[in-house]
Design a protein around this ligand. Structure first.
Ligand code: ASP
Length: 310
């Protein structure tokens, strides 16, 4: 069988507004996106699994302060960082996810542990952290997660009932979640997604990221999908699974299905955002209905590209 290896990543569908993107910042974003792509591609090239590739791509993005996940996570109303992540593989459709966790350096690694070392799919809060400690996962202190830019974003909203998606310059369309999807040499698919959620979020708010079928999904028969956007709308549209359903039950191609979901079905709910998806032939789609989406992909035919705006 000819190898169809491919990987795609995103760093959120809410980029800085074009006018506010400096050449310097753009170089920094592109560098970290390319690094995540390369880490994953190397695994795939060496006949590694799609699950390993997406886990490593997402944990590389979690280690960057530029994206709203792991190290770069936004502040909650209590001035903490509450992170969420999920991972799924498409051959047996095994999945793992975590929500409301603090201090864990790489939430995606915890999600993978839940998938492989627990009988459950979704662990949250103190229980999830206990599970992380039991498996000796790396923890970091508050300082590690402190970022001046994120702190200022929080100050704008602190002590109000408002919450906001990532970057504060524009009040709309700012999402910084990260994700990866991959197809390995055996045609196995996988998806992983990770986020810090929304600035000033309160009341134990959970978004779409840790919800299987909504912010993340993988099925070898159809596709692997990772989403970014206003989680509440993605939940109502069951977005990741919706892409898979259009392929499975209406025989749509990856491109047709992802376009229909992002440009028709999500806007019908007044939702905005984007997603990345791959199928078992290594086809890739990266549609978004926002101004930009930090994104990139690399595949068997030599194409290797990183982009920010449309
Ligand atoms: N989907 C994420 C959430 O609602 C936000 C994002 O994509 O940045 O928590």
């Amino acid at each position: 069988m000819k190898s169809k290896i491919a990987v795609a990543i995103h760093g959120g569908a809410g980029t800085l507004i074009k006018g506010q993107m400096t050449a310097e910042k753009e170089i920094a974003y592109r560098k970290d996106l390319q690094m995540a792509l390369d880490v994953a591609y190397e695994i795939l090239e060496n006949k590694g699994s799609a699950v390993d590739a997406v886990e490593m791509a997402v944990s590389s993005l979690e280690d960057s302060p530029l994206f709203n996940a792991g190290k770069g996570s936004v502040f909650t109303a209590d001035g903490t960082h509450e992170m969420e992540a999920s991972i799924m593989e498409g051959s047996e459709r095994k999945a793992g996810a975590v929500s409301l966790i603090t201090g864990v350096k790489n939430p995606v690694k915890l999600a993978r542990l839940v998938m492989e070392k627990s009988p459950h799919i979704l662990l949250a809060g103190s229980g999830a952290m206990k599970f992380a400690r039991k498996h000796n996962l790396e923890f970091e202190n508050e300082e590690y997660f402190y970022d001046e830019f994120r702190y200022q974003q929080w100050q704008e909203l602190k002590d109000t009932e408002k919450f906001q998606l990532d970057h504060s310059q524009s009040k709309k369309s700012k999402f910084g979640t990260v994700g990866a999807v991959a197809c390995d040499w055996q045609g196995n698919l996988a998806a992983a997604t990770s986020t810090g959620g929304m600035t000033n979020k309160n009341w134990g708010r959970i978004g779409d990221t840790p919800l299987i079928g909504i912010g993340n999904y993988a099925n070898n028969k159809t596709c692997a999908v990772s989403c970014t956007g206003s989680g509440e709308f993605f939940m109502r549209g069951v977005i990741a699974y919706d892409v898979s359903c259009l392929m499975e039950f209406q025989n749509k191609s990856l491109e047709e299905a992802t376009k229909e979901v992002i440009f028709k079905r999500l806007p019908e709910l007044e939702g905005d955002g984007g997603l990345i998806a791959v199928d078992a032939n290594g086809n890739i789609a990266l549609p978004f209905n926002t101004e930009g989406m930090y994104r990139g992909f690399r595949k068997f035919n030599g194409v290797n590209t990183v982009a920010i705006y449309s």
